[in-house]
Design a protein around this ligand. Structure first.
Ligand SMILES: NC(=O)C1=CN([C@@H]2O[C@H](COP(=O)(O)OP(=O)(O)OC[C@H]3O[C@@H](n4cnc5c(N)ncnc54)[C@H](OP(=O)(O)O)[C@@H]3O)[C@@H](O)[C@H]2O)C=CC1
Ligand SMILES: N[C@@H](CCC(=O)N[C@@H](CSC=O)C(=O)NCC(=O)O)C(=O)O
Ligand SMILES: [Zn+2]
Ligand SMILES: [Zn+2]
Length: 385
């Protein structure tokens, strides 16, 4: 049972990123009570996503230090601020960096999952009600990150950013539905809306890429070509559902898009119906577009690229019917869809457990960052004390 300290600050442990490109420091921080429309959550488990690493690297134009990173977590509501109605202390929740208020022009358009209600605050590390942070360390302000800051035993999030989930779901697995797994599944099922019998190429066979593969399996794709620079990733990718795996290193200087077009040439015109870029490499984003079928092929960009990076292609690629689009959180409307994804996980329709390759404690957070880039690691889950 989570101790209710309603209205009082809580002192707890958190991993603070004091500056870009430096190891995190596990410190004692003060977490203020939730303000109006806010929820204080005791984090039980948080995974690391490559976007945490990206922001820590200093490449994120929105990166603001010192901050508490982390955005793929699950926990239990400790207390709620004034006016909060949708969750109560004791509820199990997944904090969501992509909010869903259901009322703003974006939420009501039905064309996007990008809620605009609090985005400018989550991008600048503060809470919407007073534009202040709820975190401090020895009197120094520590900024929020992505509206979630889950590398902390306790965090404060906006009510519009918490998805209430089934209490029987294991929190050390459900946390993965807060980002990577949902993103890959949704890019296939919501953004591209892949249909039965389609062909696809997935670039980057980490968590996001494998979740795309799982989505393609669910959609009934007939051919799924996995692309990665590391052959050791291929056996697992086949287990997830890849029908083919290719390594660009095996083709010398030949552009990988040419190889894919040739592999899929049925009647003189080759190319896949859908492709997914799950790396954050602008050169690969070009290959992913150009391996698509003339006339209708769609490339979905999921990878996050650093400040100043740009994509390019010959406009002819678009003139001849290929489409470039992007997907944030897989197009899922967080508060509505995450509980449904948890249900699908509990019904064993989607993979989640299989992405957890490492488990550590908060004190080992820097080891967890290192593990993320080591060999076959998919997700490292940090369990809170
Ligand atoms: N749009 C959204 O809503 C979201 C976006 N993201 C972004 O998605 C991307 C993927 O995240 P995640 O799955 O966690 O990351 P991973 O690093 O686990 O996956 C990327 C994979 O791509 C491989 N790779 C690297 N370079 C190449 C290349 N040139 N060609 C083929 N494969 C390559 C990597 O190999 P190796 O490990 O050997 O480098 C790794 O296996 C990141 O940019 C992340 O920030 C994440 C979540 C949500
Ligand atoms: N601050 C970054 C934004 C990077 C980005 O694109 N984030 C993704 C989620 S990545 C999760 O792991 C996203 O959903 N973006 C939509 C949004 O509203 O932020 C930058 O500026 O590069
Ligand atoms: Zn993420
Ligand atoms: Zn909204």
């Amino acid at each position: 049972m989570v101790q209710d300290r309603t209205g009082k600050p809580i002192e707890c442990k958190a991993a603070v990123a004091w500056e870009a490109n430096k190891p995190l420091e596990v410190c004692k921080v003060t977490v203020d009570p939730p303000g109006p429309g806010e929820v204080r959550v005791k984090i039980e488990a948080t995974a690391l996503c490559h976007t945490d690493k990206y922001t820590l690297s200093g490449e994120d134009p929105e990166g603001k230090f010192p901050c508490i990173l982390g955005h793929e977590a699950a926990g239990i509501v400790e207390s709620v601020g004034e006016g909060v109605k949708s969750v109560a202390p004791g509820d199990h929740v997944v904090p969501c960096y992509q909010a869903f208020c259901g009322e703003c022009r974006m939420c009501t358009s039905k064309k996007t999952n990008l809620c605009s209600k609090i985005r400018k605050y989550t991008g600048s590390g503060v809470m919407a009600s007073d534009e202040k942070s709820r975190f401090s360390c020895n009197g120094k302000t520590i900024w929020h990150f992505m509206g979630t800051s889950t590398f902390s035993e306790y965090t404060v999030v906006h009510e519009v950013s918490v998805a209430k989930i089934d209490k029987s779901a294991p929190l050390d697995k459900a946390c993965l539905l807060g980002c990577g797994v949902s993103t890959g599944l949704g890019a296939v099922l919501n953004t591209a809306k892949c249909e039965e019998g389609c062909t696809a190429a997935v670039f980057g066979l980490g968590t996001v890429g494998l979740a795309c593969v799982d989505g393609l399996r669910l959609a009934g794709a007939k051919r799924i070509i996995g692309v990665d620079l590391d052959n050791n990733k291929f056996e697992r990718a086949k287990d997830w559902g890849c029908t083919d795996t290719i390594n660009p290193k095996d083709f010398g200087d030949r552009p990988i898009q040419e190889v894919i077009v040739e592999m899929t040439n049925e009647d003189g015109v080759g190319g896949v119906d859908y492709s997914f870029e799950c790396i954050g490499n602008v050169g690969v984003m070009r290959s992913a577009l150009e391996c698509c079928h003339k006339g209708w092929g769609e490339c979905v960009v999921l990878g996050v690229a650093g400040s100043g990076q740009e994509i390019s292609t010959r406009p002819f690629q678009l003139v001849t019917g290929r489409v470039w689009r992007g997907s944030a959180f897989g197009g899922y409307r967080s508060r509505i869809d995450v509980p449904k994804l948890v249900e699908r996980y509990m019904n064993k329709e989607i993979r989640v457990d299989e992405y957890v390759t490492d488990v550590m404690g908060l004190d080992d957070i820097n080891k967890a960052f290192k593990a993320m880039t080591d060999g076959l690691c998919l997700r490292c889950v940090v369990l809170m004390p």
